[in-house]
Design a binder for this molecule. Structure first.
Ligand code: ZN
Length: 95
């Protein structure tokens, strides 16, 4: 299907926009498909392994940045961490 932001192997450029995959639209789709978080990171790790078997060039750090690092920057709406924010912020438990 044309217009899909898929990796064109073995170049790993986007088939739709020719940018290094995953391009921005691909990242958004992957994040949406997986719901983000760990599932997204694990999925991208499988892509990284495939990339490494296709291409044996490039510092691993750059490959990691390209495939994994962006998954840890939350593009999706953030989930609250540690429960609801205390509303009575002026009060603290007694020491
Ligand atoms: Zn693209």
């Amino acid at each position: 299907m044309s217009g899909e932001h898929q990796a064109a192997r073995p170049s790993w450029d986007c088939a739709a926009c020719a940018r290094p995959w995953p391009c921005d639209p691909a990242q958004e789709r992957l994040a949406t498909d997986t719901g983000g978080g760990t599932r997204l990171a694990v999925l991208m790790w499988t892509y990284l392994e495939t990339y490494c078997s296709d291409r044996h060039d490039g510092p691993l750090g750059e490959v990691f940045e390209r495939f994994i690092a962006w998954t840890r920057r939350s593009r999706a709406p953030r989930m609250p961490i540690g429960g609801p924010t205390p509303t009575r912020s002026g009060e603290r438990a007694q020491a």
